[in-house]
Design a protein around this ligand. Structure first.
Ligand SMILES: Nc1nc2c(ncn2[C@@H]2O[C@H](COP(=O)(O)OP(=O)(O)OP(=O)(O)O)[C@@H](O)[C@H]2O)c(=O)[nH]1
Ligand SMILES: [Zn+2]
Length: 214
């Protein structure tokens, strides 16, 4: 699956065919223009952007955006570039449980919050376990669908480590469904992506799912 890119406004430059994990190349507007856009949204919501309590809000919002969307400036391949080969023949799956996921849906820009489980079957090398958490972060800190994010995490690990297989599960609650729209706060969404032996070997897939406990 490839990212669908829609040509919008003056910020989108012509680009080459994207890969699953690439980001659009755009000319970013200035901080001043972004803060002006926040003032417009405040007024559109019905409040006065010059009111004392709201005067610093545009600055706070763009600072918050820099945190929530910092994944556009991060490269998953770089996070996974340092590997270790001396693992004394260890060749079974490595699983990271319950990695916190804080992302934003690309449809409403509302948070979706949950957990990710990341597993891979090493070939001749392993990667530092914190780097796998960082890969989840790279993709979570972008505007996402849960399906795309799940596939991108698997793809980045596949590309970098060439493992015998990758298994990813994400379980998250979307605030666009809990605080608006259908208002169902107790629904969570589960997505999975299996590659290699996790896809072809049902008993390996079962072991992963038992660890996850779903
Ligand atoms: N598949 C998928 N859908 C998502 C995700 N995040 C949000 N959505 C859905 O995106 C859809 C957008 O639907 P639209 O009809 O275009 O927008 P809307 O009128 O705001 O829809 P409602 O949320 O149903 O009010 C909604 O059904 C959301 O629940 C996601 O990660 N994956
Ligand atoms: Zn949404």
């Amino acid at each position: 699956m490839l990212l669908t890119l829609i040509q919008i406004g003056p910020y989108m430059a012509p680009m080459s065919k994207p890969t699953l994990t690439s980001v659009p190349k755009i000319d970013r507007p200035t901080a001043a223009a972004a803060m002006e856009a926040v003032r417009t949204l405040i007024a559109w919501a019905g409040d006065d952007p010059d009111r004392e309590g709201l005067r610093d809000t545009p600055k706070r919002v763009i600072n918050a955006y820099s945190e929530w969307f910092r994944g556009y400036d991060l490269d998953p391949a770089e996070e996974l570039s340092r590997t270790f080969e001396d693992v004394s023949g260890y060749d079974d799956m490595v699983i990271l449980r319950e990695i916190d996921v804080e992302s934003h849906c690309e449809h409403h820009m509302a948070p979706f919050l949950g957990k990710a489980w990341v597993a891979y079957l090493p070939t001749d090398k392993v990667v530092g376990i914190s780097k796998l958490v960082k890969v989840v972060e790279v993709f979570a800190k972008r505007l996402q669908t849960q399906e795309t994010m799940t596939a991108q995490i698997a793809d980045a690990i596949e590309d970098a480590l060439k493992p015998r297989g990758v298994a990813i599960m994400v379980d998250a609650v979307h605030q666009c469904m809990s605080t608006r729209g259908v208002h169902h706060p107790n629904v969570s969404t589960i997505t999975t992506q299996f590659t290699g032996e996790f896809k072809t070997n049902p008993s390996l897939q079962d072991r992963f799912l038992r660890v996850v406990g779903k």
